[in-house]
Design a protein around this ligand. Structure first.
Ligand code: T5A
Length: 211
């Protein structure tokens, strides 16, 4: 049983997820919503340590299955220790990436079979599914250009453009398979226009909260 809403934000690098989360915090404050913001991989001390392992450059190649297992290990810590307790207290959880990122990056990007991801998802959070996923869709050139201005590429960001093309298509497939749970946002627009689109998608949920 849970009362809080679980909202996830997805998109390729530089899509504007962190920027959108700032806007959502203002929106939630305005509506007197109790919420936490968190991120994946990460969100707990142990999961943040796994995040560092995943994003840092290493001399040793990280095998795609190892990468997948590390992501789900971090997710289990996050779900058990942060997400579920918050939702059970009626707190909304606004999460920068969740399992759709795994389908997009490790599934479509790395080419791992969807069935393996399905099995790990079942083991790690079978009862937990986002109430809403905002997919900030942007073309790869724009996203990587924005991300490149922010910081030097991490281990995953150093992938070639065609990797991120597959990731973007993977996200769009996730959205197409669950249209009731996804809001696709045109993230090539200005931050202000992106926020207007997000508010439109969220309005029914906000109306229910205020009713
Ligand atoms: N990962 C994660 C997996 O492989 N599998 C998984 O299961 C999970 C959960 C995490 C990495 O881990 C991988 C995916 C990632 O490679 P991250 O920090 O979550 O990394 O993700 P990043 O995408 O690297 O974060 P970014 O900061 O690059 O992207 P954001 O948050 O989407 O973008 P943001 O808001 O920081 O904006 C980037 C720049 O663009 C500007 C901002 O001001 C900023 O300078 N900007 C805009 N400019 C113009 N118009 C707009 N609308 C703009 N929005 C933002």
């Amino acid at each position: 049983m849970r009362d809080g809403k679980f909202i996830t934000i997805e998109g390729i690098e530089g899509a504007g997820k962190s920027t959108a989360i700032q806007g959502l915090q203002t929106l939630f404050d305005h509506h007197d919503i109790n919420y936490i913001t968190t991120r994946e991989p990460g969100g707990t001390q142990v999961a943040e340590a796994i995040r560092n392992l995943l994003l840092q450059h290493h001399h040793e190649c990280i095998d795609p299955i190892t990468e997948l297992l590390l992501i789900f290990a971090a997710r289990r810590q996050h779900v058990q220790n942060v997400i579920m307790p918050a939702l059970q207290q009626g707190t909304w959880v606004l999460c920068d990436r969740f399992t759709d990122a795994t389908y997009a990056y490790q599934g479509s990007g790395r080419g791992l079979p969807r069935t393996i991801i399905d099995q790990l998802k079942q083991m790690v959070h079978c009862m937990l599914h986002p109430d809403l996923t905002l997919l900030l869709d942007v073309d790869v050139a724009t996203g990587l250009n924005r991300a490149g201005k922010r910081s030097a590429p991490d281990r995953i960001e150093q992938q070639a453009d065609h990797f991120f093309e597959r990731v973007r298509q993977g996200y769009l497939q996730c959205a197409a398979s669950e249209p009731d749970h996804f809001g696709i946002i045109n993230a090539t627009e200005s931050p202000q226009q992106v926020m207007i689109q997000i508010k439109t998608v969220l309005q029914p949920m906000l109306d229910l909260h205020c009713a």
